[in-house]
Design a protein around this ligand. Structure first.
Ligand code: ITT
Length: 193
């Protein structure tokens, strides 16, 4: 089954394709002729996922889904949250975001944080939402070079290693996005029986 995934992030694309397995073929916006950056201007993860999926559906008329993810740090009142991509700068500068997070967490004892992913699927024009959460902690230095974004600073609950020190499979097994995508897959498989 072919389905459009509204992302321009190559890391995400490969993570999601791995979870979906061979039964699904992901198509990118670019492969459907949508070259421009898809707007993400809502003030919640769910709102952004919906906005991205709707944008693509309106242009292609095909079933599609989008995800939006945020890192929610307890001691920072849930920041960077929906602003995770643009925490330090206007662009997607992962290194600058990580530096700012480390600075804002200097001397902070409560290191609890979670990644949360919202997925919006648009199927035949109807919206369906799926969520995935992983709880964990922010460490005080960067560790590892796998993954992307805040992965070098985040250790999931029950692990001593960061997501950036895990293989893609290991991260997908327990991650926010892995969990949300497995819920999406369960739904799609049930529908296509
Ligand atoms: P698209 O909108 O094109 O899908 P994006 O990089 O903007 O790609 P998100 O809006 O979902 O993706 O994510 C916002 C930011 O949150 C992203 O730029 C990363 O800094 C961070 N992030 C998302 N998923 C992550 C993950 O699995 N591990 C670490 N950081 C992540």
């Amino acid at each position: 089954m072919k389905i459009i995934f509204a992302t321009n992030n190559a890391h995400k694309l490969s993570e999601v394709q791995a979870v979906l397995g061979e039964g699904f073929e992901l198509v990118t916006p670019r492969q459907c002729g949508v070259e421009e950056e898809i707007p993400e201007t809502a003030d919640t993860l769910e709102g952004n996922a919906r906005q991205k999926a709707r944008y693509l559906y309106e242009r292609t008329g095909l079933d599609c889904f989008a995800d939006d993810t945020g890192l929610e740090v307890e001691a920072l009142g849930g920041a960077p949250g929906v602003h995770s991509a643009r925490y330090a700068t206007d662009g997607h500068d992962f290194a600058a975001n990580n530096r700012l997070l480390l600075k804002n967490m200097e001397g902070v004892a409560n290191r609890r944080a979670r990644f949360r992913t919202a997925i919006c699927l648009i199927e035949g024009g109807e919206e369906h939402l799926f969520e995935g959460i992983v709880e964990g902690h922010i460490i005080d230095h960067e560790a590892g070079s796998e993954g992307f974004g805040y992965d070098p600073l985040f250790t999931p609950e029950g692990f001593e290693r960061t997501f950036a020190e895990m293989s893609a499979e290991e991260k997908n097994d327990i991650s926010h996005r892995g969990r949300a995508v497995r819920r999406l897959v369960a739904y799609l498989q049930e529908r296509n029986k």
